[in-house]
Design a protein around this ligand. Structure first.
Ligand code: SF4
Ligand code: SF4
Length: 93
C-alpha cells in the first residue's frame, strides 16, 4: 500500500502553515469558486481541492485572522523575472 502524502501539490496556489493555522475555515467560506474544503480532521488546515480553479483574488489570504497561516504561491509563469537586453550586455555580468 502506498504511503499517504499530505504535502501541498506542486501547482497549489496556496501554502498553509499547519503550525499557525487555527482551522477556522474563514478562507474556505470566503472563496467564491470553492477551491478549498475544510481539513479532514477539524483541526488541520484546509485542503486545496481544485487548484486550477483559483483566480488568485487574494480573499482567502486577506480574511485569514492569523498572519502567515496561508500565503500565496503565484503561478510559475508569473514568477519569471524578465531582464532587459541592455542589462544583459552590461559589463558587470
Ligand atoms: S485566491 Fe481567491 S479564488 Fe483562490 S483560493 Fe483564495 S479566495 Fe479562492
Ligand atoms: S482563515 Fe487562516 S487560520 Fe483560518 S483556516 Fe484559513 S488559513 Fe487557517
Amino acid at each position: 500500500m502506498l504511503p499517504v502524502r499530505h504535502e501541498m501539490p506542486a501547482a497549489s496556489p496556496l501554502i498553509f502553515d499547519p503550525d499557525k493555522c487555527i482551522a477556522c475555515n474563514q478562507c474556505v467560506d470566503i472563496c467564491q469558486v470553492d477551491v478549498l474544503i475544510p481539513g479532514p480532521t477539524g483541526n488541520t488546515p484546509p485542503v486545496v481541492l481544485f487548484p486550477g480553479e483559483c483566480w488568485y483574488c487574494g480573499c482567502c489570504v486577506v480574511v485569514c485572522p492569523v498572519e502567515g497561516a496561508v500565503t500565496f504561491r503565484h503561478p510559475l509563469m508569473n514568477q519569471v523575472r524578465w531582464i532587459n537586453k541592455e542589462e544583459l550586455t552590461k559589463s558587470d555580468h
